[in-house]
Design a protein around this ligand. Structure first.
Ligand code: PBG
Length: 323
C-alpha cells in the first residue's frame, strides 16, 4: 500500500478545502514615496508601476489603496534638502510629516506607518551620524528618536526604524512615552540584512551611500542566529512587531523567527524582489501574476503575518478576481 496524495488534489474545490495558506488583501502593506512639489505623479523607473507622489495628488493613490482593501501603508520621503544630520527628517513640516497629516485627513482609519531612517535625508547617504568616517551608534539614537517623535506628532500610527543602530527601539519607545505618545506602536526592522536587493529602492529614494557601504550596521546575509538575537533584543526594548528584510532569500529567517517568538512578524519583500519579477515579465520569461502570488504565498507560509510589498495593489486585485 502506498499513500494516494493525489486524491486531495483532484479538483479546484478539494484543493481549496485542504489549502493551508491563503493570501488576503489585509496581509499587505503598500509602500508610498512622497516628494515635495506640485502635481507630481512620476513613475519610478526602477520600480515600474510605482510613483513619486506630491501631496496634492496623494489622494489618488490613497483612494486606490482603500478600494483594494489594503489596511496599511508605509511612507518614504524624498526631501528637498539633505545635510550631515538629516534635518529635514525631523522637521514639523518635513515631507513625511506633511504626508501623514494629509493621509489622516483623507482616510483617518488607514494605518499609517513611517519609515524612520536618515539615509534619504543625509548628504552622505548613511543611516546615521558620521564621526571619524564611521556611522556613530549612540549619537545617531538621539536623531532617530527625534524623527520618530516628529512622525508621531504628525499623527503616524506606527513608526518603523530601519537604521539598524543598537538601542534604537528603546530610544524611540522612551521618547514617545515621555511625550504622550504611548499609543504609537513600533515596527522594528529587526533582521535587516545588508542586501543587494535594495538597489532599485536606493534609486527610487535617492539614498545610496556616498562612500562605503552599510555592512557595519546592516546584517551579514550569512547569519541567522544573529538575526534571532536582534529580534530578541528589539522585543525586549519594546518592539510591537518585528521585521525580516528582505523576504525571498530569507524565508528561513522568517520561519526561525515564527517558531521562536510570539509577536507579529512582518516581512519586507524589497525592491529587488519586485524589480526582478517586473524585468522577467517584461522579457516574456515569466508570468508576473503567477510568480508574484507564489512568492507572496511562500513568504506567508514561511510565517510572516504581514508583507510589505510593491505588489500590494496588484495582488489585492488578483485575489479579489480569483474569488
Ligand atoms: C532605509 C530603507 C531602505 C529600504 C527600506 N528602508 C534602504 C536601505 O537600507 O538601503 C529598502 C527597501 C527596498 O529595497 O524595497 N534605510
Amino acid at each position: 500500500m502506498f499513500a494516494r496524495h493525489r486524491r486531495l488534489r483532484e479538483s479546484n474545490n478539494i484543493r481549496a478545502l485542504v489549502r493551508e495558506t491563503v493570501l488576503r488583501p489585509e496581509d499587505f502593506i503598500f509602500p508610498i514615496f512622497v516628494v515635495e512639489g506640485e502635481n507630481i505623479k512620476e513613475e519610478i523607473s526602477s520600480l515600474p508601476g510605482n510613483y513619486h507622489w506630491s501631496l496634492d495628488r496623494l489622494n489618488e493613490i490613497i483612494k486606490e489603496v482603500e478600494e483594494r482593501g489594503i489596511k496599511g501603508v508605509i511612507l518614504f520621503g524624498l526631501p528637498e534638502h539633505k545635510d550631515e544630520i538629516a534635518t529635514s527628517a525631523f522637521e514639523e513640516n518635513g515631507i513625511v510629516q506633511k504626508a501623514v497629516r494629509k493621509i489622516k485627513e483623507l482616510v483617518p482609519e488607514l494605518w499609517v506607518i513611517t519609515d524612520v531612517c536618515m539615509c534619504q535625508y543625509t548628504s552622505h547617504g548613511h543611516c546615521g551620524i558620521i564621526c571619524d568616517n564611521k556611522v556613530d551608534n549612540d549619537s545617531t539614537l538621539e536623531y532617530i528618536a527625534k524623527i520618530a517623535l516628529s512622525h508621531a506628532k504628525a499623527g503616524a500610527d506606527m513608526v518603523a526604524p530601519s537604521d539598524m543602530m543598537d538601542g534604537r527601539v528603546m530610544a524611540i519607545r522612551n521618547v514617545l512615552d515621555e511625550n504622550g505618545y504611548a499609543h504609537v506602536s513600533i515596527m522594528a526592522y529587526s533582521a535587516k540584512y545588508s542586501s543587494a536587493f535594495y538597489g532599485p529602492f536606493r534609486e527610487a529614494a535617492h539614498s545610496a551611500p556616498q562612500f562605503g557601504d552599510r555592512k557595519t550596521y546592516q546584517m551579514d546575509p550569512a547569519n541567522i542566529r544573529e538575526a534571532m538575537r536582534e529580534i530578541e533584543e528589539d522585543i525586549a526594548e519594546g518592539a510591537d512587531i518585528v521585521m525580516v528584510k528582505p523576504a525571498l532569500s530569507y524565508l528561513d529567517v522568517i520561519r526561525w523567527a515564527r517558531d521562536r517568538f510570539d509577536v507579529p512578524i512582518a516581512a519586507y519583500s524589497v525592491s529587488g524582489e519586485f524589480a526582478m519579477i517586473k524585468a522577467g515579465a517584461k522579457m516574456g520569461l515569466i508570468n508576473e501574476k503567477a510568480i508574484a502570488m507564489e512568492m507572496l504565498l511562500s513568504i506567508k507560509r514561511a510565517g510572516a503575518d504581514m508583507i510589505i510589498t510593491y505588489h500590494a495593489l496588484d495582488a489585492a486585485r488578483w485575489i479579489r478576481k480569483d474569488e
